[in-house]
Design a protein around this ligand. Structure first.
Ligand code: NDP
Length: 509
């Protein structure tokens, strides 16, 4: 986010790996955002009315468009982020997979529920909980996965029957353009729109939507929460992380070194669930660190001009982000940390060498702050208890990994960790598992980001509907015209209460 936003009406997007111009987008002002929101609202009732199966038809066409245009989308992603082909290519595939999951499960997840009455007095009534979509959902996304981030949040909202207005990061708006272009090109109902611009455009979006889904930094997330509170609209935040990895002495050290290297360096470490701290039990510390450094040295860094897979990771998405990584390393080294490998910016553009740091203490910036870069600080711990204590010693609580030869032990350690997800002997699996809940604890999030039925239901307003089971009566128990019956109601309620043995012993209705 820029501190002072320039008063210009176009954003020119540059490839951070090469400096080449990748494209331009307009800056939408508040009036334009409001007009886009009004138009989306016009079409939402019809979108809700066609039901989950009608929506699935359009969503599968959109999925097909994404797969047909996968190569082009990958090129756009590489051009505006500086990613390697490998890192960029995964985004459209992930989105296509999600569209299938959400559109395929929407009918079941959105089905009415008919809870039974808590009291015999209501047996004459039919109770229904219906799930009605929020009319307009706003989605604000960051620059690290400019196609996959909208792709995690928008398909469940569309499947729920909402209209959606997307505001991508100013740094990477071109993938957002592609995301919405696909929807328009298949001729789908115009319930997915795009607003491009700086933070002010995001703020204007919040002023015009009924629900806000935000992914980005914890600092901006707090501002967004205040803006949503002022409008009393519901919201969900997916924020920063400082994910720990715990390597226990009984782990397969080759697998752990391999998995942690990937978990930390994928997308040049610019992932909210990147491994950013490693705690290793003392007996295997030296051996593990040697294996980790060897793996990290082997990672190939660069950006292909073609469609081969020459490089593992690319550049940092912005010069500012590269500077944060450099600062964390410099300040940690000044405080006594040692660089085992990497440690410097490299070549042209915003590339930064994959880095392993040792002799790290728990107060250094590389351990405390979100780095969001290709760094791996490693700390030796006495035992599992110390590893768990240090892993939990963070304001963040997004996810973690545990590496052990005993899976049951890994699951036990998982339950001691204060974070929203734990992967045993793997990294990031939960992100690709749509049936699981995804949401950060502590300062890593608010609300529920994705996963399973709640991934769709969070975009809905539950509506209670009561209707008579029996032919319509002249009056009802509680009506003014039936004072006697009110007495009967109170008596029946008291009897039911007594029959259950008093407060708290009854079944909840
Ligand atoms: P921000 O959180 O500032 O930006 C995320 C999104 O919010 C962008 O689309 C941004 O627009 C928008 N935005 C900014 N200000 C407002 C506002 N007042 N109201 C509504 N929307 C707003 O992230 P940064 O790009 O500045 O990155 C900073 C740090 O955040 C990184 O160094 C990293 O640590 C962390 N980060 C975490 C991510 C995650 O997935 N958890 C993803 C990206 C960054 P615009 O870009 O136009 O300013």
């Amino acid at each position: 986010m820029t501190a002072v936003e320039p008063r210009i009406d176009t954003i020119t997007v540059l490839n951070p790996a090469t400096g080449a111009v990748a494209g331009t987008v307009p800056v939408d002002d508040a009036e334009t955002v409001a007009a886009k929101a009004r138009e989306l609202r016009l079409f939402q009732p019809e979108w809700e009315a066609i039901g989950p199966q009608g929506r699935r038809k359009w969503m599968l066409k959109w999925q097909e468009w994404i797969l047909d245009n996968k190569d082009h989308i990958t090129e756009v992603l590489m051009a505006e982020t500086g990613k390697s082909h490998w890192d960029a290519n995964i985004e459209p595939t992930l989105v296509a997979d999600g569209i299938n999951y959400w559109s395929g499960n929407a009918e079941e997840f959105l089905a009415d529920k008919n809870p039974s009455a808590h009291s015999p007095l209501f047996k004459v009534k039919k109770f229904t909980t219906a799930y009605r979509p929020q009319p307009l959902v706003g989605v604000i996304t960051p620059w690290n996965f400019p196609f996959a981030m909208p792709g995690l949040d928008i398909p469940p909202a569309l499947a729920a029957g909402c209209a959606v207005l997307l505001k991508p990061s100013e740094v990477t708006p071109l993938s957002g353009v592609e995301f919405v272009r696909g929807w328009t090109e298949i001729g789908a109902p115009p319930v997915l729109g795009l607003a491009t611009g700086y933070g002010a455009t995001g703020a204007a979006l919040i002023d015009n939507v009924d629900y806000l889904q935000f992914t980005g930094s914890t600092a901006t997330g707090k501002k967004v929460a205040v803006a949503c509170a002022e409008r009393l609209i519901p919201f969900s935040l997916e924020l920063g992380g400082k994910d720990p990895a715990i390597v226990l002495a009984d782990a397969d050290l080759d697998r752990a070194a391999n998995g942690i290297t990937w978990g930390a360096l994928f997308n040049s470490g610019q992932v909210c669930v990147s491994t950013e701290r490693v705690y290793v039990e003392a007996p295997v510390y030296d051996e593990f660190v040697a294996k980790l450094a060897a793996k990290v040295r082997n990672v190939k860094q660069g950006q292909e001009s073609g469609r081969d897979y020459t490089y593992d990771i690319g550049a940092m998405a912005t010069g500012a982000q590269r500077d944060i990584v450099e600062r964390h390393i410099a300040e940690s080294v000044a405080a006594g940390a040692k660089v085992l490998t990497g440690g410097k910016p490299t070549g042209q553009g915003t590339f930064f060498q994959p880095t392993v740091l040792t002799d790290v203490t728990h107060d250094m910036p590389c351990i405390v702050e979100e780095t969001f870069g290709p760094t791996l600080p490693v700390i030796k711990v006495a035992d599992e208890d110390e590893a768990v204590r240090l892993a939990n010693d963070s304001v963040y609580g997004l996810s973690a990994t545990v590496w052990t030869g005993d899976v049951k032990r890994g699951e036990r350690v998982a339950r001691r960790l204060e974070c929203g997800a734990v992967n045993v002997n793997d990294a990031m699996t939960n992100v690709f598992a749509f049936a699981l809940p995804m949401g950060g604890w502590k300062e890593s999030g608010f609300g529920y980001r994705a996963g399973g039925p709640n991934g769709i239901l969070k975009f809905c307003r539950p509506q209670a509907i009561t209707s008579p089971r029996l032919p319509t009566q002249k009056s009802e128990l509680l009506w003014y015209s039936s004072p006697k019956r009110q007495g009967l109601f109170a008596l029946a309620a008291m009897r039911a209460f007594a029959a259950r043995g008093g407060r708290g012993s009854g079944r909840r209705g």
